[in-house]
Design a protein around this ligand. Structure first.
Ligand code: IFM
Length: 449
């Protein structure tokens, strides 16, 4: 069968985030982050895992970049730990923390790997949380000042920027459901956090343009597939509410300058306070939208539990099961999601900024993992991405999640998403079969169906 090729210039990469890989949680002047506080409290994380050491990337950074080079990665997506560079979240800069990212960027460029930098992948400074966190309107200016500091230091070499990664997760898992740091259960705070995340995004885009920094800036959303569990009207309505909370809550303000009406009627008193002019800032044009896609769910009406009165069950495509996260594998859901984005955002450039899976990896005696399940998952999703390109989606890049096994938030080190195995006892990195396969895809800029 002949190879299906991606467009010329298609950007290939792999992604990580600071808290999930760096470790060194209290070294070289780093401040406490909300994930440090959260993981250090008993029973928040499965098996009591923490990111204190994680993959020890902070100490192994140059070897990790060398590994990326051997894998032939054209781009690497990482995040900056806000409390590492501003220990109190604002004010005094931790030069040693900034040096780390400075050197990471230099090492990447020397290896011919394009850095893509996310400003906020969840590890928020505890000092700012103590001052109210994202629900406090001052958090908008705190973020913009942090962004300015990072731009001033890195934007001479970094040309691909993300403001926030998955604001839905930050707000709902962190402030409404108590599953993630800071562990609160309050929908009003969650919606206020959403508004301030979006407003800080808009103001950072404004700063980026006015500051004359060169490059592209965007935001990353987790846009999963959601289908009604049945044709029943109640299930269809529940699906619509879920879609509005996960997609329209972001796409409407970012691209049309308003919040979704039906959802806001539904949540009633939990609506955020919005000031005049906020939505004009939120909808300032961005250069790309980042889409994270992992799964599809079947949504049904449920009278218990959530504010949305909806329940989600994994929905795997025929022949596909679930990943170790209990997520339904559904490659066509990626095509559908990208087509929906095209419909909602026009011809805007899109990158798939995360896609991948956790399966139970079994290493052989040398530590090698023949993870053909992950290869099949990635292949099917890349073919689904090609289908979207054929249908006119302006998709220009793909980042596999993740470069290496790492700390999977509330689930700790159990689920392994990496292309590269990490032996957590020794820190050793061992590329899996999927890493070899992915290198091949990158070098061909295409895939064998
Ligand atoms: O590990 C996370 C990542 O931090 C954000 N997106 C989803 C991944 C898998 O759960």
């Amino acid at each position: 069968m002949s190879t299906r090729h991606f467009p010329d210039g298609f950007l290939w990469g792999a992604a990580t985030s600071a808290y999930q890989i760096e470790g060194a949680w209290n070294e070289d002047g780093k401040g406490e982050g909300i994930w440090d506080r959260f993981t250090h409290r008993v029973y928040n994380i499965l098996e009591g895992d923490t990111g204190d050491v994680a993959c020890d990337h902070y100490h192994r950074m140059s070897q990790d970049v060398a590994l990326m080079k051997t894998l032939g990665l054209p781009s690497y997506s990482f995040s900056v730990s806000w409390p590492r560079v501003l220990p109190q979240g604002r004010g005094a800069v931790n030069e040693k923390g900034l040096d780390f990212y400075d050197q990471l960027v230099d090492n990447l460029l020397a290896a011919n790997i394009l850095p893509k930098v996310t400003l906020n992948h969840w590890d928020y400074p505890q000092a700012l949380q103590d001052a109210g966190g994202w629900p406090n309107r001052d958090s908008v200016d705190w973020f913009v000042e942090y962004a300015r500091m990072v731009f001033d230091r890195l934007a001479d070499r970094v040309t691909l920027w993300v403001t926030h990664n998955e604001p839905w997760v930050i707000a709902f898992l962190g402030y409404a459901l108590g599953i993630h740091a800071p562990g609160l259960c309050d929908y009003s705070q969650a919606y206020q956090a959403i508004h301030h995340l979006l407003l800080s995004h808009g103001k950072t885009v404004q700063l980026f343009r006015q500051g004359g920094y060169q490059g592209e800036i965007g935001i990353v959303l987790n846009l999963e597939g959601a289908l009604p569990a049945s044709q029943r009207e109640a299930d269809q309505a529940a699906r619509q509410r879920v879609y509005e909370e996960t997609a329209s809550l972001f796409l409407d303000p970012l691209f049309n300058g308003h919040y979704p009406g039906m959802l806001f009627d539904w949540i009633g008193g939990h609506q955020p306070r919005v000031q005049a002019g906020d939505l004009d800032l939120i909808k300032l044009p961005i250069d790309f939208l980042g889409v994270n896609y992992y799964r599809t769910e079947a949504i049904s009406h449920a009278t218990s539990g959530s504010l949305l009165k909806a329940e989600a069950a994994p929905l795997s495509a025929p022949g596909w099961g679930q990943t170790e996260m209990g997520w339904g594998v559904n490659p066509a859901g990626l095509t559908a999601t990208l087509l929906d984005v095209k419909e909602r955002c026009g011809n805007l450039k899109v990158y798939i900024t995360e896609n991948g899976c956790a399966f139970r990896d079994t290493p052989d005696e040398r530590g090698f993992v023949a993870d053909w399940g992950r290869v099949n998952f990635l292949r099917a999703h890349l073919l689904a991405a090609l289908d979207a390109i054929d249908a006119g989606v302006n998709l220009q890049g793909y980042y596999a999640w993740s470069l290496m096994d790492n700390f999977e938030w509330a689930k700790g080190y159990g689920p392994r998403f990496g292309l590269v195995r990490v032996d957590y006892d020794t820190g050793r990195r061992i590329p899996k079969q999927s890493a070899r396969w992915y290198s091949e895809v990158i070098s061909q800029n295409g895939i064998n169906p």
